[in-house]
Each structure stands twice: as C-alpha cells, then as structure tokens.
Design a protein around this ligand. Structure first.
Ligand code: OOB
Length: 549
C-alpha cells in the first residue's frame, strides 16, 4: 500500500521488436518526447506566441517556464514520475500549461472531458490507479471541488487535488512551487506519455495508452498533411482533451510546428468568430453539425473570417450532401477527418479532387497503416465491398490499459485493432464510413455506449428492461433513444432522464428520448442478441416515424 512514493515503472505499450525496428527505420519513431520537443521550441521560438486563451497569452518560453513550475510543484507535493493524474478542464488557459507541466515531470495525464462526472471519474481513477486530480474550481456553473471531494471519498488513493482558481481546502495551481525540486530527465520515448479516454463502444470507457514516439509521429505527419507550419494559427473549438483537436493535427501539432494555438471557450460562432478575426486563425477542426452551423452563420457574419484556410470536419460522418453544402458556402478548404483515439487517422488531402473530398472520409496518415476490411468471419471482403475495419500501424495501440477483457475482444491475435467501424475502400485507399458494428451512439461526435446507459436504466426500480439505440437526427447526426419496459408503474420520461443524470454521468449520456413499450416486440426476445434487439427497435421506430409524417 505504501508504494505510493516509490518511483513507478514507466507504462509501456508493447509493439513486437520487428515492428519497433520497422517504425524506427522508416523514420516514424525518432526518439522524440513531449518535454523534449517543448523545450526545443522554447529555445527556437522563445518569443513567438504559443497560446492564446481568454486574456492569457503565453510565448513558447513562457509556456515552458510555466510547465517547469507546475511540474516541479507537483513533484514537490510528493508525486512521483510515472504517477497518473486525472486532468479535467474546459478550454481554459490552464489546460495546456498543466498538461505540459505533467509531461515535464514525467507524470501521466489521464484526459477526462469537462462533461464527465463522479461515476466516470471514479472509473478512470481506479483503472489508471491515479494519485491526483487537477481541475478548475468551477466550469460552466459546475463546482469541481465538490466533485473532487466525492471522488476522494470513493477513491482515497487520489491523494492530491490541485485546483485552478479558489482551491478551498485543496492545493492551488497558482501557488504550486518547487524551486529546489529536481526535475527528471526526459522519459523513454517508447513509454506511455498519457492515457486517453475511449469512446466506450461496449460498456465503460477504456483507457488508451499513447507513447511519445507514436503520438508525436501522428501529429508531426498530420502537420504535413494539413499544411501546419510556423505561420499557422490553430483554433481549438472542440473540447481540447479530445484526440481530434489535440492531435489531428490539433494543439499538439501546432505547438510542434511552432505555430499559435488559440483556445475558444466553446464551439459556438459567437465565441469563435471574433477569435478567428482577432488572431487570424488558419485552421479549425469541427464535428459535422457544428460545421454546418458555422457555414450558415458565416454567410451573415460581419466578422472577417478570410484568414481561415482549412476547415476540418470529423468525429462523425459528414454525408456527401452536407459536404457539398459546406463546399458551396465556405471560402476555405474542406478536409474530412476520420480518426479514433486508439490511433488510426484518415484525412482527405488538401490537393484531392473535389469528388474525393465530398465522398470519402480520407485515407490513412501512414504508408505503414495496415488496413484490413473483413466480413463477419474475419475473411477479407472483395475490394470495394463494405466490411469491418481492422488496423495495425505505427500509431495505433496494441492494447488498452489494464483491461484484458477488452483487449481479447478488441484486438486480433496478430495485433490488429478492431475499430468497430464498417467501411468501404475506394481506389487510392480512401475509406468511406458506412456505419458501425458496435452499439454506440455517435451524438454529434460524442460517443455513448448503449450498454453503459442500459445498465444505469436497469438499476431504476421501475424499469423492467431497457434498450438504448441511436436514432438518425437531422441536427446531431444521431440521438439516443431509450426503449423502456416498465414494471407495474410507468415512471415519467423526465424522471428516468434525471435518474441517469443523478447516477453521476456526463450530461451527453442522458437519453435524448425515452419511449415506453409493453414488450420489445419480437417473439424470441430471450433468444436474440442485444444487438439484434436494438437493431429491431431502431428499425421499427424509424419506420413508424416516417409512416407517421
Ligand atoms: C474521433 O475519435 P473518437 O475516439 O472519439 O471516436 C472514434 C470513432 C470512430 O471509430 C468512428 O466510429 C467515429 O468515431 N468517427 C467517424 C468519423 N470520425 C470518427 N465516423 C464517420 N466519419 C468520420 N469522419 O472521433 C476522432 C479522433 C481523431 C480525429 C478525428 C476524430
């Protein structure tokens, strides 16, 4: 129990030796590390602006200095390199310096989303064996100190809580100091740099270990594909902890390039448009519903958006008609991005033919991304047919953190990750996402596991059975709908929604719609799989709705 202060062994993500050699020889893995490149930029780009967030501006030198202060301060509290630290921030000025500080101290950030609540944080803290939680006093009206207290009560191993803003009984981020604290050497490039949260296609979210070598390769190569260089200005409009705005090429790609990162507090045009004008933003990544909103708003806007060169759209499917609408309205290039926190990222290229940009979700970053498209039995489908996407490559994980069950399901014996996506491959390796084989709801880019929500609904005393499915939605792409068979007394829909919220879950997981049914309507409910059952309910519902209109 008292191993807490002993140095932890670095977490590793293991690729077989032959792959390590191959990825090094090809120049993908160069032995760079997060603190290593940040230190270099602080030297090369010392006085250039690295980060703009609210009223705060940091040069590269200042960002590094702040990272050293925070890193040393955390170690002075008793944290040890290798310790895992839950990080939860909205798009505020503290987020990036904190993450850089963790990298500097060899601490491992566990990125949570601002929307996550107690149940999720407890799960992440336990899975990661976290020993600290860093967050803001309040975010969007919610008090994270209260959450911190509840988290510490459930997981006492989270011994340190560090708060940006009024810290109350906790440690204040602003007061961290470690003047005499020795900082460690840069970590092993093949060790795990951070833990990312998976979309959670089955059950609870898994933790995704990404190494310095593999992640840096993904955003360095993304910079090239997305045209990010020192003169670029990258706007983070989606939650900064998400893999898309973090690394595709995201704020990390931008920092790697010596470019400028601008954080928008939210994704709305009222917040983002003035920033685009003021900072001359050149690139932004959005989910499809936002992209469409932005395009509409841009037509009527008095803001000068002429600096914008590339609008990236990803996280959920951009259907061709919507892509065409964007192309017609926007005065900048459209780039489709189909990625996943587990690794593989596909982009349409900036010089691709219009047809490809409208029809496809792009092609992989790396010539060494091995993409297989297989049928239900694992056999390759004929070229051009749709099938399950499997992938292996220089920046795709070989396993989740501390999760043998998920690893047995999600990876093949020879190390391919089963993405759960159903895709079709076009000439040139371009992928078209057709749908998915797992039951999660992709709600405007936020991934929700059907199973996870069903479990929470089933815990309600008045619920006999529940099935959560995705329903096509004109605005969100998909929304969540819970079909519920009640016991004797039917609860009200709002009560079930409140129930889910009060189970300590992110608000985006609360079912958008609750539909009570007397039975699930198949004669063999007990025999079919949950998956078939959900598909059946979805189909019946969508057909009835269309019939009714
Ligand atoms: C990104 O990452 P995650 O981990 O939140 O979600 C991954 C899943 C994919 O497996 C796929 O089901 C879906 O999100 N997805 C798309 C898509 N982009 C992601 N489905 C259709 N079309 C697209 N363009 O969402 C993510 C990570 C890095 C870059 C971009 C997105």
């Amino acid at each position: 129990m008292s191993q807490h202060h002993a140095a932890r062994l670095p977490l590793r993500q293991v690729w077989p030796d032959e792959f390590v050699e191959r990825y090094r020889a090809a120049g993908y893995w160069r032995g760079e590390t997060m603190p290593g490149f940040l230190r270099e930029r602080a030297r090369e780009c010392a006085d250039r602006t690295a980060l703009v967030a609210g009223d705060a501006r940091y040069t590269y030198a200042e960002l590094w200095q702040e990272a050293e202060r925070i890193g040393a301060g955390l170690l002075a509290l008793g944290l040890t390199p290798g310790d895992r630290v839950l990080v939860q921030f909205g798009n505020v000025a503290e987020f990036i310096p904190v993450v850089c500080g963790l990298f500097r101290a060899g601490l491992i950030p566990v990125y949570t989303l601002p929307a996550h609540r107690l149940t999720e944080l407890v799960h992440f803290a336990r899975k990661a064996e976290a020993s600290a939680y860093i967050t803001a006093a309040r975010h969007e009206g919610f008090d994270h100190r209260t959450l911190a207290r509840a988290l510490r009560a459930e997981v006492p191993a989270v011994a340190n809580v560090i708060i940006a803003g009024d810290a109350e009984e906790f440690t204040s981020l602003a007061a961290l100091a470690g003047d005499h604290q020795a900082l460690p050497d840069d970590p092993d490039p093949q060790s795990v740099a951070f833990l990312q949260i998976s979309g959670g296609s089955t059950g609870l979210s898994k933790l995704i270990p990404r190494t310095h070598d593999d992640y840096i390769y993904s955003f360095r190569a993304s910079n090239e594909i997305c045209g990010i260089d020192r003169e670029s200005v990258y706007l983070v409009a989606l939650p900064a902890a998400h893999n898309f705005p973090a690394s595709s090429p995201g704020w990390l790609g931008a920092l790697y390039a010596g470019a400028r990162v601008v954080l928008s507090p939210g994704p709305g045009t009222a917040q983002a448009f003035p920033l685009i004008e003021a900072e001359r933003v050149t690139c932004v990544g959005l989910v499809p519903p936002l992209a469409l909103l932005w395009a509409d708003a841009a037509k009527a806007s008095s803001h000068d958006l002429s600096s914008l060169q590339v609008m990236q759209v990803g996280g959920a499917k951009l259907v061709p008609e919507a892509a065409r609408r964007l192309k017609e309205t926007l005065d900048c290039q459209l780039q489709q991005v189909f990625g996943m926190a587990e690794g593989l990222v596909n982009y349409t290229r900036l010089d691709d033919r219009e047809e490809i940009v409208l029809q496809s979700q792009g092609r992989p970053i790396s010539p060494d991304d091995e993409v297989l498209i297989v049928d239900d039995h694992g056999d390759l489908v004929p070229e051009g047919s749709a099938g399950h996407l499997l992938v292996r490559g220089p920046y795709t994980i070989r396993g989740y953190h501390n999760d043998d069950g998920a690893n047995a399901r999600s990876f093949t014996d020879d190390g391919f990750y089963r993405t759960g996506d159903v895709v079709q491959r076009l000439a040139g390796g371009y992928l078209v996402v057709q749908g998915r084989a797992t039951d999660h709801i992709n709600r405007a880019g936020e991934k929700i596991s059907a199973e996870e929500i069903e479990d929470h609904l089933l815990a309600h005393p008045a619920v006999f059975d529940a099935a959560v499915v995705s329903i096509p939605d004109a605005y969100l792409g998909e929304r969540s709908c819970a079909f519920v068979i009640a016991r004797a007394e039917r609860p009200r829909a709002v009560e079930l929604k409140r129930w889910v919220r009060e189970r300590g879950l992110a608000a985006f997981k609360v079912p958008d719609q609750v539909v009570f049914v007397d039975a699930f309507g198949t004669t063999a409910v007990g025999k079919v799989s949950r998956r078939e059952l959900r598909a059946h309910l979805r189909e019946r519902f969508v057909t009835e709705q269309q019939g009714g209109e």
